[in-house]
Ligand binder design. Structure first.
Ligand code: FMN
Length: 396
């Protein structure tokens, strides 16, 4: 392409373009990746504090918001303060939430999932299913092997939750199959050592995901957006490999899934494959891009890239030089819910998020740098872990 062609192409295709995923209109290509905020009440219901977060995100001009992971079974929760979707009692409050977000012309889909053994929360008081009875790699929590009858039950739970999501006027749903949680464990050969049709080769290990997709599609109809978040690799010794991940993406694409969010890593993958590494330079941004570029090349389904996206230039470059269509961010929106609005208004400086990973706190997930007083109010032991007293950026 010559220079003139490139400039015209750039004018046509940019991050602030309006696009459609299937029939869903999006006002730009920015996605708020699913983020557990630790602000729901003890039963998983919304609080004013949490609704306000979503209002701020929508006001901040994000095209598509993905909710924090919502739990689908009442007695199952891998972290406290999660939102739930396990009963019809949630429908009304989520209708209010979606109405609130739609007022700002943002779209919102709900991420749903069963957590499993990658947890330290309330362990011992509940049954925690996994594909095989092995200890989880970082928590050591032992799974109860899920039976085939229970697999059928859990698939139904996904289906029933999806009906609620649709009734609450969400614009779609996301299946969480990434990061070492239950469905991601089915894909992983260490966690999944089954000898039946749900274990063995990748076709079998992915079977539960294909069945959940079919169940949900059957419940919500062909026009409702269904997406999935999946690892490109687990980045541990016994892992879901990239080749296998690509196979699952291709299959889901041919089954009719509407979007695939490409992430990677599990909690035990501490180094390069970590879900949330530190990022100090543009080179470290977009740390799953090499995998997402290939996936987007090989399938027609729109690919959403997540992981360390911080600057417009990095995303623009990927948009223009690959087939990745959407860009999802999590931590930057904890720091600056109005980041996209800031960019739209012309301040193109990169996200202020420094990936310090201090945003997960026992009293709610907030940014240390925008809410320092809040951190000071944390009980002593907890604030010691999270409060970098000598950090120059904080003290200036
Ligand atoms: C506080 C916090 C909560 C998160 N909760 C979820 C979640 O509920 N579901 C999910 O798929 N990913 C979750 N993630 C992972 C993010 O969606 C994202 O994949 C990861 O943070 C990398 O993107 P980033 O560099 O833009 O933060 C969470 C991340 C953080 C920091």
């Amino acid at each position: 392409m010559n220079d003139k062609g490139y400039i015209i192409f750039k004018m046509i295709k940019n991050l602030f373009n309006k696009t459609f995923i299937r029939k869903l209109y999006l006002k730009n290509r920015f996605v708020r990746s699913s983020t557990w905020m630790n602000m729901a009440d003890g039963k998983g219901h919304l609080t004013d504090r949490l609704s306000d977060i979503y209002k701020e995100l929508a006001k901040g001009q994000i095209g598509l918001i993905i909710t924090g992971n919502a739990f689908i079974k009442e007695d199952e929760r891998c972290t406290p303060g999660k939102i739930g979707i396990y009963s019809d009692s949630f429908i009304k409050e989520y209708q209010e939430l979606t109405e609130l977000v739609h007022k700002f012309e943002s779209k919102i889909i709900m991420q749903i999932g069963y957590g499993g053994t990658q947890t330290n929360y309330n362990v011992g008081n509940r049954t925690i299913w996994g594909p095989s009875p092995v200890p989880e790699m970082s928590s050591g929590v032992l799974a109860k092997e899920i039976s085939k009858k229970e697999i059928s039950e859990i698939i139904k739970l996904y289906g029933h939750s999806a009906i609620r999501v649709k009734k609450a006027n969400f614009d779609g749903i996301q299946i969480h199959a990434a990061h070492g949680y239950f469905l991601s464990q089915f894909l992983n050969p260490y966690h999944n050592q089954r000898n039946d049709e749900y274990g063995g080769d990748i076709k079998n290990r992915a079977r539960i995901i294909f069945e959940i997709y079919d169940e949900i599609r059957g419940r919500v109809g062909k026009d409702f957006l269904i997406s999935i978040k999946i690892n490109c690799r687990d980045f541990v010794k016994k892992e879901l490999t990239f080749k296998e991940s690509l196979y699952v993406c291709k299959e889901l694409g041919s089954m009719g899934i509407d979007a695939i969010e490409v992430s990677g890593g599990i909690q035990a993958a501490k180094e390069l494959g970590s879900i949330r590494p530190f990022i100090n330079s543009p080179k470290q941004e977009a740390y799953f891009k090499e995998y997402a570029i290939i996936i987007a090349e090989k399938i027609k389904t729109p690919v959403i890239l997540v992981g360390g996206l911080r600057s417009i230039e990095v995303m623009e470059n990927l948009l223009l030089n690959s087939k990745i269509k959407y860009f999802a961010l999590s931590r930057p929106f904890i720091r600056e819910p109005n980041l996209i609005e800031r960019w739209i208004k012309g301040d193109r400086n990169k996200s202020k998020c420094i990936s310090c990973n201090k945003c997960r706190t026992p009293l709610g997930n907030v940014c240390l740098y925008t809410q320092p007083t809040y951190f000071k109010s944390l009980p002593n032991e907890e604030s010691k872990n999270t409060f970098p007293q000598n950090n120059k950026e904080f003290t200036k």
